[in-house]
Every structure is written in structure tokens, then in C-alpha cells.
Ligand binder design. Sequence first.
Ligand SMILES: NC(=O)c1ccc[n+]([C@@H]2O[C@H](COP(=O)([O-])OP(=O)(O)OC[C@H]3O[C@@H](n4cnc5c(N)ncnc54)[C@H](OP(=O)(O)O)[C@@H]3O)[C@@H](O)[C@H]2O)c1
Length: 236
Amino acid sequence: MKTAIVIGVGPVRGLGAQLCTRFAADGLKVIVAGRTKSAIEAVANDVALSGGRAIPVIADATDETDIVALFNFAGTELDLAIYNAGNNTPGRIIDMDAEYFERSWRVACFGGFLFGREAVRRMLPNRAGTLLFTGASASLRGRSGYGAFNSAKAGLRALAQAMAKEYAGEGIHVGHVVVDGAIAGDKIFQRYPDAASRQEDLVSIEGIVDAFAFLYKQPPRAWSFEVDVRTSKEKW
Ligand SMILES: NC(=O)c1ccc[n+]([C@@H]2O[C@H](COP(=O)([O-])OP(=O)(O)OC[C@H]3O[C@@H](n4cnc5c(N)ncnc54)[C@H](OP(=O)(O)O)[C@@H]3O)[C@@H](O)[C@H]2O)c1
């Protein structure tokens, strides 16, 4: 059975969770990876209730031992790996301590290196597989008050692009989805209680998941590196 790993899974109404749900519905065995046991178990149960196969595995994206163990657990039928971890880290540079900046980079960029390296190592023997990264507006531009997050996400995108070029010839499709705007999911609904009533300003999770599925299903003679997704109202 083809296997997918999604790391960076939080609430059921969140992007990581809905990526798990979609690829399980498409017939993959999905390994639901994240730091919070209750969250990943809830997502795996949700997938199981819909008839899909999902296994929760606790893993911190920034911990090399966790990531190697996660891929060992996934086995040899790994066909899809998605790096979705990356919480926003606002703050002005002059007020920021070094540890905060480094932590932001570890989650949004360094973890992508650990995860991407292990994914490609496991996919190369089959000369097949898809590795996808979640980006943000921050991936493409710096913005006042977001220097730590912008630089980390831009680094992740450059890493993904380098990997796409490095491994395409060996059958590995690497892609990046730019989510250009706030996502209509629990993260935003909890932070901004009025957000649920202005969903038209928020990027649809289903639409983002469609972008990942589009990249995953592309044939080797028509690969894209990147898809960007935003609402029709977004000024960009
Ligand atoms: N939310 C938005 O509006 C928005 C907009 C544009 C782009 N994005 C991008 O979309 C992706 C998903 O973000 P989301 O906010 O919507 O959340 P989400 O997909 O619902 O969940 C992502 C989960 O990743 C987990 N995570 C964070 N650090 C981790 C680590 N070191 N190891 C393992 N898991 C980790 C967090 O759970 P725990 O804290 O429980 O571990 C978080 O709940 C991120 O890459 C983000 O940058 C989000």
C-alpha cells in the first residue's frame, strides 16, 4: 500500500489534518506526524471513521532522531512526503533575541532539510516519489515585523527548489505550495474570533489541499515546482 507522511499536523480543521484526510481518501496509508499526541490521534481517528488508514506518530520536525525514526517506521512504500510544520513568528528585529530567531528558522527551514533529506533517501531506491513543502506569503517577500518567519520560509523555498533540480533526474518530484494569505482553519479562528464570519477573506483549506493533490498527480513529463493559492480579494 502506498504510504504518505504528513508532518506538522494540528487541529482537525487545519491544513495538516486535511492533507491527511484527502490522501487517505485517495487510498494512501497516511502517517500523521506532529508534536501533540492528542491532536494527531484525533486526526487519525477522524480519517479512520471515514474509512481511511492513518497512523499517528509523535515527531518533532526539528529533531533529527525523531525524523529518521519516522521514515524508518514508514517503510519502503513511501510515495508522498509533506512538510507542513511552520508556525508564524512575528516580531521586530531590534526586539528579537537570537534564540527566538533561531527557533523560528529551525521549525520553518532546518526541519525541512531533515525531512526532505530523509524522504529523498527513502525514495531514491524506487526512483519515484513526491516531496511537497508548505509555503506562505513569507516565502516570496520580506515584510516589516516578520523578518524571522520571512527569512526562514524563503530559505525553505530555496531548499525545495534546489532539491527539485537535484533529484528530478532520479525520478523524485519536489514541489512547493505558496499559501498567500490567512487560512480558513482553526489556527485563525482561535486567534481572531471574528474570522469565522469573514471566510471570504481567508484561503480555503480545500483549495490548498487541491493544489497539493494536483502536484502529487502530475505525470513526470509535466511537472510543476510551485503552485500559489490566494483568495480573489488578495492584493499581491
Ligand atoms: N495559518 C495560516 O493562516 C497560514 C497562512 C499561510 C501559510 N501557512 C503555513 O501553513 C502551514 C500550516 O500551518 P497552520 O497554521 O495552518 O497549521 P496546521 O496545518 O493546522 O497545523 C500545523 C501544526 O504543525 C505543528 N508543528 C509546529 N511545529 C512543529 C514541529 N517542530 N514539529 C512537528 N510539528 C510541528 C503544530 O502543532 P503543535 O504545536 O501541536 O506541535 C501545528 O498545529 C505552515 O507551514 C504555515 O507556515 C499558514
